[in-house]
Design a protein around this ligand. Structure first.
Ligand SMILES: Nc1ncnc2c1ncn2[C@@H]1O[C@H](COP(=O)(O)OP(=O)(O)OP(=O)(O)O)[C@@H](O)[C@H]1O
Ligand SMILES: [Mg+2]
Length: 250
């Protein structure tokens, strides 16, 4: 049965999309069958992986309840692309009677084909994020160690506990808190780490994704980090993250 994982933080720019791409790729390199869904109208994941030539996207799933348009990069790594037009139908989706279950219904028929479905979410708690959380077995929060990222993380956590667990999905569990864009040995980092440990004892993943400019370069090239810089610390960190997650999730 697939582990369906929403990748979340209310704060923008904290490595959600980078994690969806490279954790997905790392798991697929370990021969896990992975579907990565770009659930964000910014379509950063789609563009970051260099996908430009496709006729259908998650937009058509939300708008016309079409099945998920799956693109197969190789046997183990599949993606559902997004497009900017998704932003223009948000209020239409919000008034749909089935608004929080559209993604769940679409994933239902394909989830048996995968070990992991990773859902890249926008930095908001709007209808697209709620669709992802509603259908997920787990959520993974990415964060830097600064005040605003931690505030964004706490807000998502409260939202899931207070709103989602009561009504839409009582079974969802926190997979972990992943520290991204990590810069070691600064006073601010140490204070942030201490605060995170206080709020989420035992839930901070041991693997931290270190800061490296190679990630920005790789998205400009339209490549994942294993293709762009296979020997660098970015590839190393995401491989370690995949191994840690596989160990903890059987
Ligand atoms: N470990 C890292 N080191 C350095 N730069 C990184 C790292 N991870 C991500 N980045 C860069 O930081 C920027 C933001 O990352 P990303 O797009 O993954 O964040 P996000 O949380 O998905 O943002 P949004 O909320 O807007 O969707 C990108 O330019 C990305 O290449
Ligand atoms: Mg993103």
């Amino acid at each position: 049965m697939a582990e369906i994982v929403s990748i979340l933080n209310l704060k923008g720019g904290v490595g959600k999309t980078t994690t969806a791409i490279n954790l997905g790729k790392a798991l697929s390199r370990l021969k896990k069958k992975v579907l990565v869904i770009d659930n964000d109208s910014q379509a950063n994941l789609t563009h970051g992986l260099g996908f430009t030539d496709f006729s259908k996207s998650v937009y058509h799933t939300y708008k016309d309840k079409e099945s998920l348009p799956i693109l197969q990069e190789d046997e183990f790594f599949h993606i559902v692309p997004s497009q900017l037009a998704l932003a223009s139908i948000e209020s239409e989706v919000e008034s749909d009677i089935n608004r929080y279950y559209i993604l769940a219904d679409a994933i239902e028929s394909v989830k048996k084909n995968y070990d992991f479905v990773l859902i890249d979410c926008p930095p908001s708690l709007g209808v697209y994020t709620i669709n992802a959380i509603t259908t997920s077995t787990k959520f993974l929060i990415t964060t830097q160690t600064d005040r605003f990222s931690i505030d964004g993380l706490l807000e998502v956590y409260r939202f899931i506990n207070n709103k989602i667990k009561k009504r839409l999905n009582s079974n969802i569990e926190l997979m972990g808190v992943l520290i991204t864009l990590f810069i070691q040995n600064t006073v601010a980092t140490d204070i942030g780490l201490e605060e995170l440990e206080k709020h989420f004892p035992g839930k901070i993943l041991n693997t931290r994704i270190r800061h490296t400019t190679k990630f920005k370069e790789s998205t400009i090239a339209g490549e994942d980090i294993f293709t762009y810089d296979p020997k660098g610390k970015g590839a190393q960190d995401y491989e370690n993250l995949a191994l840690e997650i596989l160990k903890k999730n059987g």
